[in-house]
Design a protein around this ligand. Structure first.
Ligand code: SF4
Length: 416
């Protein structure tokens, strides 16, 4: 019999909770309201992972035992990934890292970690997406293209919907601005609100805006109409409820100068009320930062040892894979595809354990592969949305594999 269920989509960190799914005999039949990314997520991967040890098919319990032995024998194991796992699995991962005295890091290490750090430390003001929908009148998509990365962002929360204080919607009540190096799909919607800056020009443009906000005429080294930046500053100053959506374009460009972002937010808040929301990609990337912060006071790049857990750039996934880690547990990630080839190449030289529902590039170098259920489809739990709100996610079909949390807990039992 066909059953209709409401699903919280785990296709991205927007975690849309209004997806309708019809299920017949444990099979997903139809999906309504999901965007193309959400549909891709719910119908899963074609190439399912199979349990293996050294390239040969293995019993899953044996694969877990071998994984535990590798991790226990390693002097400096790295536990990496986590952004596609529930909070519950992430907590188990942190416990395993502590048990092993190893290093734990997530994809946020080279993504939105630095902006989330500022928010969790109270340096940058933030707000929820629900507040954006009800109140925001000015929104700036800086180095962000939600029309491509989070396809329902503008229609569900930020620009198109009517809100409690924005009854006349985008036609009259909302102003959308895009600051980017190219005219993205989002920039096209922003029309005259699009400001094209040169690659790596974000910091200079931001300093120019700080000057313009303070009434000084900005001086930019690149060709840019000063009048336009002064007009932009005037719009930002008049905002009643403004929000900066910080995309990866901005983060990559100013990662060495994150204090400038705090200074910019401070300058904005002298004149109006502005919050920042990081455009987290993977569905629970932000959850990892919250969970690790709760347990250690750090958001990523953590080494557990005899005393307090410590954090530092030397414990980042990149530095650890370059040199340091002598075994790697990868959970729900594909470092071989996402890290620079010069770094990920070293994964061929150290033992790699992969816990993932699907085959990926990293499967090619994994010494042990342990298939798990897909979080948010076959496994429920909780996750943290891009704005920091904790959301329930539910399982809608029964999978054949254990959850990643159960696998990690079984490894803890083996090594403990
Ligand atoms: S915007 Fe993100 S969470 Fe919403 S349906 Fe699309 S992929 Fe899923």
């Amino acid at each position: 019999m066909t059953e209709m269920v409401t699903w919280t989509c785990t296709g991205c960190a927007l975690l849309c909770e209004d997806i309708q799914v019809s299920i017949d005999d444990n099979r997903i039949e139809q999906v309504e309201h999901a965007c193309i990314k959400g549909r891709a997520r719910i119908f899963g991967c074609k190439d399912k992972a199979i349990p293996s040890v050294n390239g040969a098919k293995a019993d899953i319990d044996d694969a877990i035992k071998v994984a535990a032995r590798i991790l226990k024998e390693a002097k400096n194991p790295l536990l990496y990934g986590w952004s596609n796992s529930t909070n519950e699995a992430q907590m188990a991962g942190i416990e395993l890292a502590r048990t092993l005295g190893g290093v734990i890091d997530s994809t946020s290490s080279f993504c939105q970690g630095i902006t989330i750090n500022e928010i969790l430390n109270g340096t940058i003001q933030t707000c929820t997406l629900d507040e954006v929908r009800e109140k925001a009148d000015v929104m700036v998509f800086w180095g962000a293209d939600p029309m491509s990365s989070h396809p329902r962002h503008m229609s569900k929360y930020s620009y198109f919907p009517r809100g409690e204080l924005r009854q006349r919607g985008y036609e009259e009540d909302r102003t959308a601005i895009s600051i980017d190096v190219r005219q993205s799909r989002t920039a096209k919607i922003c029309k005259n609100g699009f400001h094209r800056i040169p690659p790596q020009g974000d910091a200079e443009f931001m300093r120019g805006l700080i000057d313009a906000l303070s009434g000084r005429v900005p001086k930019l080294s690149f060709d840019y109409d000063v009048k336009k930046i002064l007009e932009l500053a005037a719009i930002l100053k008049k905002a009643e409820f403004g929000v900066i959506f910080a995309g990866l374009g901005l983060v990559y460009s100013i990662k060495e100068d994150i204090a400038l972002l705090s200074e910019f937010m401070g300058a904005l808040n002298q004149f109006s009320s502005f919050s920042l929301i990081p455009m987290a990609g993977h569905f629970n990337m932000r959850g990892f930062n919250h969970n690790l912060h709760e347990k250690t006071g750090h958001i990523y790049r953590v080494k557990f040892g005899e005393g307090e857990a410590i954090s530092g750039v030397q414990y980042s996934v990149i530095e650890q894979i370059k040199s340091g880690a002598d075994a790697v547990l990868v959970v729900g990630s594909d470092p071989l595809a996402s890290l620079p080839a010069s770094i990920s190449r070293r994964l061929k030289d150290i033992p790699v354990i992969l816990v993932d529902p699907c085959m990926n590039l990293t499967s090619l170098v994994a010494d042990v592969t342990i298939p798990c259920s897909t979080s948010g489809i076959e496994v429920g739990g909780t996750a943290v949305r891009m704005d920091g709100k904790t959301m329930d996610i539910t399982s809608i079909v029964q999978g054949n594999n254990m959850s990643d949390e159960m696998i990690i807990r079984q490894i803890i039992d083996e090594v403990g």
